[in-house]
Design a binder for this molecule. Structure first.
Ligand code: F6P
Length: 422
């Protein structure tokens, strides 16, 4: 006999493996007798407010399993901030109405730090509005900035993409350097934390290998020192690879490249640090440059995803179902590193209060003394996260991705009229 339905939703920036978490959750929940139907909200919490809920009953198990090799967010994601319940109860009352109408007892919210804020607020609904809901946050973010967990699913794959791309493109620049391009600038995502930019450092296996300069958000940008380093590198080896984090700021705290827009959480849309830095190099040093802003490519590159990352993504999904059904409200499955070599890890529940709205920056011990590279400690931390294969099935030269029916459950309520209403 089932004792209710389970709702899953994706939130924030998607990753190459967030759907692997979704697949693991759906499969694990389907096996549990307590769970009647597994539902997924369309576009995160907005789908819950709008009563746009996919009924996953009719989805073929093969397609659910294919989510493990399908990037993007199969159910849609959102950046939408729930107001403080003390200031505006309406969205919470609406959520309860929707949850009650669909007999939802467990809510699994798959996101980063901002989404953990939503999950924490929802986890308090039970007590505040007298509705028995167990809410579990499920981690993901390519930024790797979630506290408590050793790393975040999504990061290892984006880190691998970064290290591989920097290694390969650097071979290209080295070939062209004598008569053409001397400086290549690669931009890594990561907002305020330099984890992804730092992972480019894994591409350098011997002293002097690319990348020669990594510009991290944790280190204020010093133009003169940067140009000196680029010049010295070009004079020594003939070319230079620079990795710049989208979140690099000058000494006054201004982003090198802010695209102008802000999201619901007040985060600036970033992107464009690489062209800014590359232009600077040509204007001041006269070297020809190329630059790359891989942008969404780095968070969707499932074809070179990390096997470790995929295993993490599936493990947090399975654990989230266990925690939810055991009634563990307001927790998140966190990855705990047991040993670095051999790499061993386990999943443990962590309280959401310690996670929501926090950002974990690169520690000082991971940044080289000159501020332009990573230390051996950073390598030890990062190296296992990009390893292992996460096989992709191919058909006609293209990756095979899941094809879901995405049938919406019949509506039971009038449309939501509030903020975020359809
Ligand atoms: O989710 C994290 C992230 O990938 C950041 O690294 C990046 O700055 C941001 O998302 C981009 O967000 P959006 O896709 O909403 O523009």
């Amino acid at each position: 006999m089932s004792s209710g339905n389970l709702l899953y939703a994706q939130s924030g920036g998607v990753t190459a493996v967030i759907n692997a978490t979704a697949g693991a959750i759906i499969e694990a929940a389907r096996k549990r007798r307590q769970v009647g139907t597994v539902l997924a909200a369309r576009n995160g919490i907005l789908g819950a407010l709008r009563e746009e809920l996919y009924d996953l009953k009719g989805e073929d198990l093969r397609q659910i399993r294919a989510l493990a090799h399908t990037p993007g967010g199969a159910f849609g994601s959102c950046r939408w901030k729930l107001p403080d319940i003390a200031k505006d109860r309406a969205p919470y009352e609406r959520l309860i109405e929707v949850l009650r109408a669909h007999d939802i007892r467990w809510f699994l919210y798959n996101g980063g730090g901002d989404s953990a804020d939503t999950a924490l607020k929802l986890s308090r609904i039970g007590a505040e509005l007298d509705y028995p809901l167990v809410c579990v946050a499920v981690p993901k973010t390519i930024d790797n900035d979630l506290p408590v967990t050793d790393c975040s699913p999504g990061f290892g794959s984006a880190a691998r993409y970064t290290a591989v791309s920097v290694l390969e493109a650097s071979l290209d620049v080295a070939s062209m350097a004598e008569t053409s391009t001397k400086v290549f600038v690669y931009e890594a995502m990561g907002r305020h934390a330099g984890w992804l930019a730092a992972s480019a450092g894994l591409a350098a296996r011997r002293p002097g290998d690319a990348p020669h300069v990594i510009l991290l958000p944790e280190v204020p940008f010093d133009q003169a020192r940067f140009l000196d380093r680029v010049k010295a590198t070009v004079e020594k080896i003939g070319w230079c690879t620079v990795v710049v984090s989208e979140g690099v700021r000058d000494a006054d705290g201004r982003f090198l490249a802010e695209a102008g827009k802000r999201d619901a959480f007040g985060h600036a849309q970033l992107g464009g640090a690489a062209p800014t830095v590359a232009r600077l190099v040509t204007d001041k040093l006269g070297y020809k440059h190329h630059w790359a802003v891989p942008d969404y490519l780095q968070r969707s590159a499932r074809h070179i995803a990390s096997g470790t990352d995929l295993a993490h993504a599936q493990a947090v999904g399975k654990a989230a179902v266990e925690y939810a059904l055991a009634g563990q409200n307001a927790v998140m499955p966190a990855i705990k590193r047991q040993s670095a070599a051999p790499y061993r890890w386990e999943i443990r529940p962590a309280p959401l209060e310690r996670i929501a709205n926090q950002e974990k920056m690169l520690p000082k011990s991971f940044i080289s003394k000159d501020g332009f590279g990573i230390t051996a400690a950073a390598r030890r931390y990062l190296a296992p996260l990009i390893q292992g294969e996460a096989k992709t099935p191919w058909r006609d030269g293209l990756p095979v991705v899941a094809e879901l029916k995405l049938a919406l459950a019949a509506r039971k309520l009038p449309p939501w009229q509030g903020d975020g209403g359809a």
